[in-house]
Design a protein around this ligand. Structure first.
Ligand SMILES: NC(=O)c1ccc[n+]([C@@H]2O[C@H](COP(=O)([O-])OP(=O)(O)OC[C@H]3O[C@@H](n4cnc5c(N)ncnc54)[C@H](O)[C@@H]3O)[C@@H](O)[C@H]2O)c1
Length: 333
């Protein structure tokens, strides 16, 4: 019985696939290989997965329901981990329609196929951005998430709500995972850790928004994929909440889980960690806050701990060292 990972050529999808394949699982990967960022990085990630016999790859778009349905009919996945989507908070200000297509229409197709093919557990990627204008931190899964600040956040929140309706109508076990700023080796070139590193190593200045007065709950990729691997075996059971902090729906096997480090780091401290790991110094352009950005994010991870026994805890110093090591090797610097 196989695990279908959508977005398998992506940062998180490829890292999760590698971990599951190493653990002896059979993984079916799907990705449409969008060119939102350098597709050769996606190709290189896929090449590392191609060495496993129990991995198969389908270049498909989740907006094509018939093709997705045919894939599920053929492969009969027991679990689906849905990570494909249009990512990036800032890009959503200029390309909102891509988020509606991939994250709302595409995610609906995944939910529909999970129902049709009686998937035992559907796990879907959501985001800390779903907390939107909420200012109470650390954010709990039971906090209100009704005020998204971007179409990216709104599209992810919409997928959470669509999944709830199917979970309740068809008894489909769904875990929505709200990720908090994931970074590490094989990371995304559009995100600050990668952009900063690329700039310092190539002696270019960086833009630091809100004059550096921001904090993020940076989550190291290995902590994240170990959590996902454990969550696969924790399908929600309706009527069996784990405690007063559980976000389990009162009417359906559907829950939302934060995956974060629960230890927010000031942006300037993150920047210093990169300087320390590279032995170089940044030139910084201090800028105003960007539209749609959140000033702080921080996760309450009690639910993740109760479900998996895990608490992501890799320090920024250690995570950044591993990122720098990978980057230098991959780009021959
Ligand atoms: N990385 C983070 O910090 C972070 C934070 C919060 C949420 N997330 C969510 O986690 C998921 C994975 O993120 P990531 O960082 O690995 O991003 P990524 O861009 O590296 O991976 C997403 C993959 O989805 C594929 N894709 C996009 N549209 C598609 C479509 N219509 N059909 C098929 N494939 C498609 C892309 O080609 C890409 O390889 C995303 O849903 C993202 O919104 C990530």
């Amino acid at each position: 019985m196989a695990i279908l990972i959508t977005g398998v050529a992506g940062f998180i999808g490829s890292s999760l696939a590698k971990r599951l394949l190493n653990a002896g699982e059979t993984v079916i990967g799907l990705d449409s290989m969008t060119d939102y960022y350098d597709p050769t990085l996606k190709q290189a990630r896929l090449e590392t997965l191609g060495t496993f016999r129990n991995f198969s790859f389908y270049r498909q778009d989740i907006t094509d329901l018939d093709a997705l349905d045919a894939l599920c009919a053929k492969q009969k996945p027991r679990h689906i981990v849905h990570l494909a989507g249009q990512v990036g908070v800032r890009y959503s200000l200029t390309h909102p329609e891509e988020y509606v297509s991939a994250n709302i229409v595409g995610s609906f197709h995944i939910i529909e196929c999970a129902k049709r093919h009686k998937v035992e557990h559907l796990l879907m990627a959501s985001t800390s951005s779903a907390y939107g204008a909420n200012t109470s931190f650390p954010a709990m899964e039971t906090d209100r998430a009704d005020h998204p600040l971007t179409i990216y956040a709104a599209s992810k929140r919409a997928s959470e709500l669509m999944a709830h309706s199917y979970s309740s109508l068809y008894d489909l076990p769904v875990t929505m995972m709200r990720f908090f700023t994931v970074y590490g080796p094989w990371g995304r070139p559009d995100m600050a850790p990668f952009l900063f590193l690329d700039a310092i190593l190539n002696k270019r200045p960086i833009d630091v928004f809100n004059h550096g007065k921001m904090s993020r709950d940076f989550t190291f990729i290995d902590d994240l994929v170990i959590s996902l691997q454990k969550l696969l075996n924790c399908p929600p059971i309706a009527g069996e909440p784990l405690g007063e902090f559980d976000s389990l729906s009162p009417v359906a096997p559907h829950r939302v889980v934060n995956i974060g480090n629960s230890d927010p780091v000031e942006l300037m401290d993150f920047i210093r960690a990169i300087e320390k790991a590279t032995g170089m110094q940044f030139q910084m352009n201090m800028k105003e806050m960007q539209a749609g950005d959140m000033v702080d994010t921080s996760a309450d991870t009690r639910l993740l701990q109760a479900l998996t026994g895990l608490k992501p805890a890799t320090s920024v110093e250690s995570g950044v060292r591993k990122l720098v090591h990978w980057y230098r090797e991959f780009y021959n610097l």
